[in-house]
Write a protein that binds this ligand. Structure first.
Ligand code: NDP
Length: 456
């Protein structure tokens, strides 16, 4: 087995060394998770609920520790990291209500009784990316455990520390080790075994559209269930009748949160032509005001990128772009070590420009004007993605028309909020498949079984 040195993206100093598991250890853990299924699914609903609540309580008691670990291991701002650890607690608490509510139905039939059961799908493999290591892990394991599935979870190679800690906290809460196991390692090794091993019956994958597409194709060979949360190129549509001050003041936070490494980043701003210049004038001070600093500081609003490789990828859209890119203005970033990149606003020359079409996954936002409502919707939809988006207008009818017109799973009006643990989250088109969170997620961890009992 090899090891991986986790690097603090803000300082480039080593944080910890993690053992990477190999295929053999992964398969053994999957076999144990499979063997544990009968016992876990027959834990009385109230007891499974109690275990999940206990897990939530243990996470709650460690929010600050988990948050500090995420600051060092992933460069998240401390404010965000506290929210993220709290989100794991909240998602566990929310789904702890599920075991006692996994209802079946009784359907009228002749000559007997017809019943449906929500059976656990089996062993679930959760594959987590590096951009939100804690919440994305929780969105997979909490509903899966509640539904009576056992879980193996692979954190991203770059950011394994908080997932490993969550695995320890689960044990402390009394969840058996074979019921929930965190397996650090490479995607090409551990992740691949999740996809290839037939004992894993469902994959929850979050990451790039490219890898997600390959995972889905391989899973199809076994008709293995998949939930996919993939990339995005979401639009922030600003109409002339909007509260422009508010739209401009909040736009940076709709895209630069987590240094833009967010699948929901509103990385295309569409502005009605009549207010385009005014909006840019208002946007400039807002972008320059984003506090980019040591992510451990309480007032930090943006930290570094995750890695040197990610910074190179982001630069390829701006300063190292093949086609020239017009930078309108930028914020600041600290000098010295760390994978820093300043918040950057670019003005594409055409809707075919790479920076307008492809996911940057960094603090770069592109702004273009539109003529009218129809063109705004057409431009917003002119992408292979469909994850989130925002609509700024004071006209309620228009807000609803545009919200219905934009092909996207998560939209907000006069706000940039995307994620609440009790509402569904997921993408249209190549942004994904299935929904996480909210009441709908449980269905993707269960199979409906129909049983007819003859009474005549
Ligand atoms: P990946 O899609 O490569 O990684 C996501 C997860 O999948 C990681 O845990 C990774 O493991 C794992 N993985 C990689 N290859 C395989 C495989 N063959 N089988 C099973 N699992 C696998 O994303 P990257 O981290 O490389 O990021 C690349 C780009 O993807 C980003 O720049 C961004 O554009 C996009 N992205 C989008 C995310 C989103 O939330 N929509 C999240 C992350 C990235 P490991 O990291 O250990 O190799």
């Amino acid at each position: 087995m090899s090891t991986y040195r986790v690097i603090d993206p803000a300082t480039e100093q080593g944080v910890a060394t993690v053992t990477q598991l190999d295929a053999e250890v992964t398969d053994a853990a999957i076999a144990r998770a499979h063997a544990a299924l009968p016992a876990w699914r027959s834990v009385a609903p109230a007891d499974r609920a109690r275990l999940l609540r206990r897990f939530a309580d243990v996470v709650d008691a460690h929010v600050e520790e988990l948050a500090r670990l995420e600051v060092r291991g992933a460069g998240h701002t401390i404010g965000n990291a506290r929210w993220e650890a709290g989100n794991v607690r909240d998602v566990l608490t929310y789904y702890s209500g599920a075991p006692e509510r996994l209802f079946g139905r009784q359907i009228p039939v002749a000559g007997g009784i017809d019943l449906t059961f929500a059976e656990p799908v089996g062993v679930v493999g959760v594959i987590v990316p590096w951009n939100f290591p804690m919440p994305i892990a929780g969105w997979g394991f909490a509903p899966a455990l509640a539904a009576g599935c056992t879980v193996v979870l692979k954190p991203a190679e770059l950011t394994p520390l908080t997932a490993i800690r969550l695995g320890e906290l689960a044990l402390e809460a009394g969840i058996p080790p074979e019921v929930f196991r965190v397996l650090p390692g490479k995607g090409s090794v551990v992740g691949q075994r999740f996809v290839a091993n037939p004992l894993v019956r469902k994959i929850v994958f979050t990451g790039s559209t490219e890898v997600g597409t390959r995972v889905a194709a391989q899973a199809a060979e076994q008709v293995k269930r998949v939930t996919l949360e993939l990339g995005g190129k979401s639009a922030n549509i600003v109409f002339a009748d909007a509260d422009l001050e508010q739209a401009a003041a909040t736009a940076p936070y709709g895209v630069f949160d987590n240094a833009g490494q967010d699948c929901c980043a509103r990385s295309r701003i569409l502005v009605e032509a009549s207010v385009y210049d005014t909006f840019l004038e208002l946007l400039e001070p807002a972008v320059k005001g984003v506090k980019v600093t040591d992510p451990g500081q309480d007032d930090a609003e943006m930290g570094p990128l995750i890695s040197a490789g990610q910074r190179t990828a982001v630069r390829s859209f701006v300063e190292d772009a093949v086609e020239p890119v017009d930078v309108a203005f930028r914020g600041e970033a600290p000098p010295g070590p760390g994978f820093w990149y300043p918040p950057t606003v670019v003005l594409p020359r055409a809707a075919t420009d790479r920076v307008w079409r492809e996911e940057v996954f960094g603090p770069v936002v592109a702004v273009m004007p539109f003529r009218d409502e129809a063109e705004a919707v057409a431009m917003a939809n002119d992408t292979e993605y469909g994850l989130s988006g925002s609509i700024w207008t004071r006209d309620v009818g228009r807000a609803l028309r545009v919200a219905r017109g934009v092909e996207s799973g998560n939209l907000s009006v006069n706000s940039h909020s995307s994620v609440r643990y009790w509402t569904p989250f997921g993408g249209f088109k190549r942004s994904g498949l299935g929904r996480e969170l909210g009441p709908d997620a449980l269905a993707s961890f269960t199979e409906v079984k129909n049983v007819f009992i003859a009474t005549d």
